[in-house]
Ligand binder design. Structure first.
Ligand SMILES: O=P(O)(O)OC[C@H]1O[C@H](O[C@H]2O[C@H](CO)[C@@H](O)[C@H](O)[C@H]2O)[C@H](O)[C@@H](O)[C@@H]1O
Length: 254
């Protein structure tokens, strides 16, 4: 992947479409999925951006959409969940791939977590995540076990995110989800911006840049993205700085 000098993103304009990853981009990473803290003012800021951009703001995450809704309540944005396996459009219509049979994957992951209590299993609608953040020395064991399990099944894919391996349906990713949003109102015809921090966000960067859009890598690491922001705090500050003064404050009244 190219690693040219990263530069700050250009400002959003009223005809932009904004796609945002969640963990590591809008909220700082934490030891467990439930331990994250949603920064004060984030929900209000996203609400104002959503109003300013005519509804063209979506979260595109590895998390389940109902979990995103819980963290961002009362806001319910258009969302891609589980790396695009689920998608809720701007009208609120939900599209979900049928879950594959993950019984064996779940059994194996739970057995491993029984043996190593610092591992954490997250069951999603159509995926199973095995988190090893509290036991980094178990990375290669987790990888080996899940890779062996998944390799005979072409319908399943093993994703490697930050301190996590996820088994999910193959063939869908964040790039596919963003491309689907870009076919629909109010996203269609706008310039897409996508910010994300993880390797699993690279498909999103690969989708928006050929559309003339802006890909923003948050934090360090090799990336296709041509723009960069240092941290979730820098993402917050950038979003707050590009929002016109006349649009500020509406969401904070909630
Ligand atoms: O696509 P994202 O919105 O970045 O979601 C990716 C995964 O995020 C969550 O796990 C990650 O964040 C946790 C909380 O900071 C952290 O403990 C874990 O190590 C990270 O991998 C979430 O639990 C996963 O389901 C998402 O796929």
């Amino acid at each position: 992947m190219p690693t040219s000098t990263p530069k700050a993103p250009p400002p959003l304009t009223a005809d932009s479409a904004l796609f945002l990853d969640f963990d590591g981009t809008l909220v700082a990473l934490a030891e467990t999925p439930e331990a994250i803290e949603v920064p004060s003012g984030l929900v209000g800021l996203l609400t104002d951006l959503h109003d300013w951009l005519g509804g063209a703001v979506a979260i595109v995450s590895g998390r389940q959409i109902d979990m995103l809704d819980r963290f961002l309540a009362p806001l319910r944005l258009p969302s891609g969940g589980e790396h695009g396996v689920q998608r809720r459009d701007a009208q609120g219509k939900m599209r979900e791939q049928p879950p594959p049979d993950l019984t064996l994957v779940l059994d194996v992951a739970n057995r491993l977590a029984g043996e190593y209590p610092d591992l954490l299993v997250e069951r999603k609608h159509a995926a199973v995540a095995l988190h090893y953040r509290r036991a980094p020395q178990l990375e290669s064991l987790c990888h080996r076990v899940l890779a062996d399990l998944v390799s005979p099944w072409p319908g399943l894919e093993l994703l490697h995110g930050k301190s996590v391996f996820e088994v999910k349906p193959a063939g869908v990713n964040k790039g596919v989800a963003i491309a689907a949003f870009m076919q629909e109102a109010p996203f269609a015809g706008r310039t897409p911006f996508f910010a994300g921090d993880d390797t699993t966000d690279e498909t999103g960067f690969a989708a928006v840049q050929p559309m003339g859009g802006v890909a923003i890598k948050v934090g360090s690491g090799e990336t296709l993205a041509r723009h960069h922001l240092e941290s979730p705090k820098a993402v917050f500050e950038w979003l707050a700085s590009v929002l016109p003064a006349s649009q500020q404050g509406q969401g904070n009244q909630q």
